[in-house]
Design a protein around this ligand. Structure first.
Ligand code: FAD
Ligand code: NAP
Ligand code: FMN
Length: 585
């Protein structure tokens, strides 16, 4: 708020003279001031909170808060991690944007908030009116589960919805903006704004929108595709180098690269043959663009994933009794989950043959082919103008058919060096090296989880960071699956990598995993934590990250002499202080 210059009470003027002079000065200033008149209306307060793992909900919440502030609302933006900074019992309004992770779980930054909200002791929220925007992915059976859970719990606590929740799929941008338009309309009315909501729409974020983005990816040159496993390995993990020169794109270690792949042409041809479509026939997409059906299926549509909405549509179209039976019990998700395991659209077509009058009726059932995200495995300081990735090629057999992951096989097999790949950058605010170069770091990254830690180590070397670095790495066999072995050994001999603990899961009869190595080194690990080390985990979310978290709890309890509750609280504080960070998928 602007403060006007004025004559203080300590001046030699009489009180009457002082008041007159202050009025005169204010008049002069307001005549000369060409800024818009300051509204005397009190600002409506609308805090915006986000529960976010990979930044989508966070970016939306920041944009919503920015637009509301520009439209004259008092709209601070909070992470659910900082929930103690906001007293919901005294707030009147709240916008909450939440994604869902794991299998219907809250993102890491929302775990404590969600636990607090669920507690029987949580105070009632009768004065609060709220709106929830949920982000998720219909490929997960627990679609938008956390957003739904927040919505339900706030209602149970007595809060009133001022707008119905919207559940958004992976292409959430348009649906989120439409939901926010309605929010803005409701709030503008409440504030008594005369202008229609659409007129109040500000240009927030538009002027700074980067040239290359998820919507408009950069056509980058693939420079290198190198297999990292030995020839006897059953795994196929690749090292890719991509050129960013000329794009204006920049990143930090810890960030993620988004990449658009193409479906395998052979898979498309098999599908069109089964459906008795002509791949050369021309189709017009919803955005008005026309192309051959074959091209549309290769480049634009997800032809692999069967999710519940698609299964329901298929059951209707084919009038299949077995599918209808499978879907009948909405409360038993496990039967659907079992059926979907390893099945793709081509299996549905083969097992429950539909009749489509026109290919466009089939296309109308498909989701857009979305990008895949990859943890960046290079430091821009070590490789200016380049970005490196470490990707496991997904190939497996299911229900008698050979299957290929879309993006990992596109990059591995169908784009040649010098070829073009469409990429965009996604900042990972939740996965950053410590601000201080002196801070020690502990990294746990089995399999492709090594990716961001190669980048971290390159960065620590390039910045000559004196902080100690400890890496836990695991893979099936030492001889063939020791990814980046030479580089890691060199970093060790240079003193950059202080300690490397490896877990070769299949080099002996009993499986050995990284968490076992952590337990073995528990006393030392605890010492590092007490000295302020940051702890990072990357890789498989379903099993590894959970087991590593359990191991960390038991190390803190055993070596810190703590109860289970105290150990949980120790790690929760580490998370709040951003000393325990995860990039898991
Ligand atoms: C933030 C983030 C960072 C990531 N970083 C990396 C990284 O650094 N390196 C990396 O390799 N990946 C990474 N991933 C995973 C990556 O985004 C892709 O999910 C992965 O490459 C598979 O994509 P795809 O298109 O090749 O396969 P898709 O076509 O998407 O197929 C994958 C799907 O196939 C099915 N499937 C896979 N294996 C089997 C099996 N054995 N049996 C039955 N079904 C199976 C599963 O449903 C799986 O979801 C990351 C993901 C996220 C969210
Ligand atoms: N969510 C996902 O879609 C996802 C996530 C990660 C990996 N994958 C898929 O898995 C394949 C390879 O991925 P990757 O290279 O990253 O390796 P990975 O499968 O994560 O395996 C890396 C190492 O971790 C071990 N491991 C298995 N279970 C573990 C656990 N509970 N705790 C700790 N370590 C454990 C593995 O041992 P064993 O294999 O010997 O048991 C292996 O030695 C790819 O096909 C990839 O797509 C999928
Ligand atoms: C490992 C992983 C697990 C996920 N689990 C779910 C889930 O159970 N249900 C769901 O609807 N979406 C799930 N998603 C999708 C995310 O919610 C979605 O990508 C969202 O846009 C992420 O938003 P954020 O960046 O704000 O966290 C999952 C995504 C990943 C990578």
């Amino acid at each position: 708020m602007k403060t006007l210059p004025s004559i203080p009470t300590s001046s030699p003027f009489t009180e009457a003279q002082r008041l007159w002079l202050n009025g005169y000065i204010a008049g002069l200033i307001s005549e000369a001031d060409d800024s818009p008149p300051v509204s005397s209306k009190p600002k409506l307060r609308v805090p915006v909170m986000y529960a976010s793992q990979s930044g989508n909900s966070e970016a939306l919440a920041e944009s919503f808060a920015g637009q509301l502030s520009e439209a004259g609302f008092d709209a601070p933006c909070f992470s659910t991690e900082d929930y103690s900074e906001i007293d919901l019992t005294s707030e009147k309004r709240l916008i909450l944007v939440s994604s869902t992770w794991g299998e219907g779980d809250p993102p890491d930054n929302a775990i404590d908030f969600w636990n607090a909200l669920q507690s029987d002791e949580h105070p009632r929220l009768e004065n609060l009116s709220y709106g929830v925007l949920a982000l998720g992915d219909t490929n997960y059976l627990e679609f938008c589960a956390q957003g739904k859970a927040f919505d339900k719990r706030l209602e149970e606590l007595g809060a009133k919805r001022f707008i119905d929740r919207a559940d958004c799929d992976t292409d959430f941008e348009e649906a989120a903006e439409a939901w926010f338009e309605s929010v803005r309309g409701i709030l503008a009315k409440e504030q008594g704004d005369d202008a229609p909501a659409s007129a109040a729409k500000s240009s927030h974020a538009a002027p700074n929108e980067p040239k290359w983005s998820k919507k408009n990816p950069f056509p980058a040159r693939l420079l290198m595709n190198r297999r990292l496993n030995g020839e006897n390995s059953a795994r196929d993990t690749r090292h890719f180098e991509i050129e960013l020169t000329g794009s204006g794109l920049s990143y930090e270690v810890g960030d993620v690269l988004g990449l658009y792949g193409h479906n395998h042409p052979q898979a498309v041809d098999e599908l069109t043959a089964l459906l008795a479509f002509d791949g050369d026939s021309i189709v017009t997409l919803t955005d008005g663009e026309s192309m051959s059906l074959r091209t549309a299926l290769i480049e634009r549509f997800d032809i692999r994933t069967v999710n519940r909405p698609l299964l329901e549509a298929w059951a209707r179209i084919t009038e299949s009794e077995s599918l209808q039976q499978l879907l009948a019990d909405e409360n038993d998700a496990s039967a659907v989950e079992d059926y979907l395991w390893g099945r793709e659209i081509i299996d549905l077509v083969a097992e429950h043959r539909p009749r489509f009058a026109d290919p466009s009726d089939f296309l109308a059932l498909l989701r857009k082919l979305g990008p895949r995200l990859y943890s960046i495995s290079s430091s821009p300081k070590a490789h200016p103008g380049e970005v490196h990735l470490t990707i496991a090629r997904v190939g497996y057999e299911a229900h008698g058919r050979r299957r290929f992951g879309v993006c990992s096989t596109y990059l591995s097999d169908r784009v040649y060096p010098e070829g073009e790949v469409k990429v965009f950058l996604q900042e990972a605010k939740h996965f950053k090296l410590p601000g201080s170069l002196d801070t020690p770091v502990i990294m746990v990254g089995p399999g492709t989880g090594i990716a961001p830690f190669r980048a971290f180590l390159e960065e620590r070397k390039a910045t000559e960071a004196p902080g100690l670095n400890w890496l836990f790495f695991g893979n099936p066999h030492e001889a063939d699956d020791f990814l980046y072995r030479e580089q890691l050994e060199e970093l060790q001999s240079e003193g950059v990598l202080t300690r490397l603990d490896t877990a070769w899961s299949r080099d002996q009869e009993e499986k050995i995993y990284v968490q076992q190595r952590m337990i073995e080194a528990g006393a030392e690990l605890w010492k590092w934590l007490e000295e302020g080390a940051h702890f990072y985990v990357c890789g498989d979310a379903k099993r590894m990250a959970k087991d590593v978290d359990d191991a960390l709890h038991s190390i803190v309890a055993q070596h810190g002499g703590k109860t289970e509750t105290e150990a949980a609280s120790y790690l929760s504080t580490m998370k709040k202080e951003k000393r325990y960070q995860r990039d898991v998928y």
